[in-house]
Every structure is written in C-alpha cells, then in structure tokens.
Ligand binder design. Structure first.
Ligand SMILES: [Zn+2]
Length: 191
C-alpha cells in the first residue's frame, strides 16, 4: 500500500464559530472530521495537523497593514486545535506563518514538511480543514506540486466565504488534485 498521510489544515479555535476569524459553517465540520481522523488512524494513516501560528507583529494582521484581523497568535487559546480534535502520539504537528513576513497559507511554506514527507516515504496525502480558498487550497496545490498523490476531501473543508468553494474545487481539479468525499476515501484505504 502507498504510504498515506491525512493533512488536517488549521482546524483551530480562531477559525471556528466564535473565533477571531471564523470560517463558514464550522460546527457541522467537527464531528465528521474527527470520525474520519479516527478511522484513518486505525487504517495506518499518519495524521498531520497544521496550525497557523503567528507572532503579534505578523504582517497579515490589519494592525500591521495586512488583510486579516488578529488570529492564531502563537501559544494562545485561539491557536489551539478546536476540540474534539487533538494530536495523538504518532501524529505530526506543523506550525506555519511563524515568521513576521509571508502569508503562511500553505502547510508546506517554510515548514520542512515536504522534506519530512519525502524522508518518511509518503506517496499520498489527503487534505481537509479550513479555509478552503486560502490555506486548504495552498496546501493541496503544494502537496500536488511536491509529487504526492493528493486527494481533497470535499465534505471536510470549509471556506471563509460560503460561495468560494466551487471555483477552488475547479482549480484544484485542473491542477491534478483528486476530489473525493471522505467516505469514499476511507473505503479506498481498505483496498
Ligand atoms: Zn494566518
């Protein structure tokens, strides 16, 4: 079997309902995502959690001339994984956007993730999480560019703007990312 990882992008308190930069309809994401993670772990998939992890002077913040409200400050509750999600032994946790500069949208941007996946001989990744048109998009495109077979779990992603998803799915599909609902992906793991 091709060694497989599941990248769970930025499912953090600040990006969920009630947070500083909440995406659309996150409450409906958490239970099915956790269930998928559980089944994937039991099937031998390595879970990779990415977390936006910014210093207070990050250039993406409006207070520093950027686009976004202050969110996911390093070592604060807003940057924590949103319960019930929780990293377990054997999972990989990636902090991104840790420097002052750069958007830090992709889990592969200055994090060493590509080298790590290559070293551990992963051939395939699935991608889920928040937000579809920013960090999920960038992470899936980079995984695909890195030569990994990349599967976007279409039911386990949430955009900032509700209507943003179709355009992103089209773009990712054209780039070579496979689009698939998570139940189908989990079935494929068993083959
Ligand atoms: Zn950010």
């Amino acid at each position: 079997m091709v060694k497989t990882a599941m990248i769970v992008v930025d499912v953090q308190r600040d990006f969920c309902a009630g947070g500083a930069l909440a995406a659309w309809d996150t409450p409906s994401l958490l239970a099915p995502l956790q269930e998928c993670i559980d089944v994937a772990r039991r099937s031998g998939v390595t879970i990779i959690f990415t977390q936006d992890w910014h210093p207070a002077n990050h250039n993406s913040f409006q207070t520093n001339g950027g686009k976004w409200p202050i969110h996911c400050l390093e070592n604060t509750p807003g940057a924590e994984l949103m319960p019930p999600l929780c990293a377990a032994a054997g999972d990989i946790v990636i902090h991104k956007g840790t420097a002052v500069d750069g958007e830090g949208y992709s889990g592969f941007d200055s994090t060493g993730l590509e080298a790590r996946l290559r070293e551990l001989r992963f051939g395939r990744v699935s991608v889920a999480g928040i937000a579809t048109e920013y960090c999920v998009r960038a992470t899936a495109l980079d995984a695909n560019r890195a030569g990994l077979e990349t599967i976007l779990l279409t039911d386990l992603i949430r955009p900032v703007v509700e209507t943003a998803a179709p355009k992103v799915l089209t773009e990712l599909g054209r780039a070579g990312v496979q689009l698939m609902p998570s139940p189908r992906w989990l079935l494929l793991l068993k083959k």
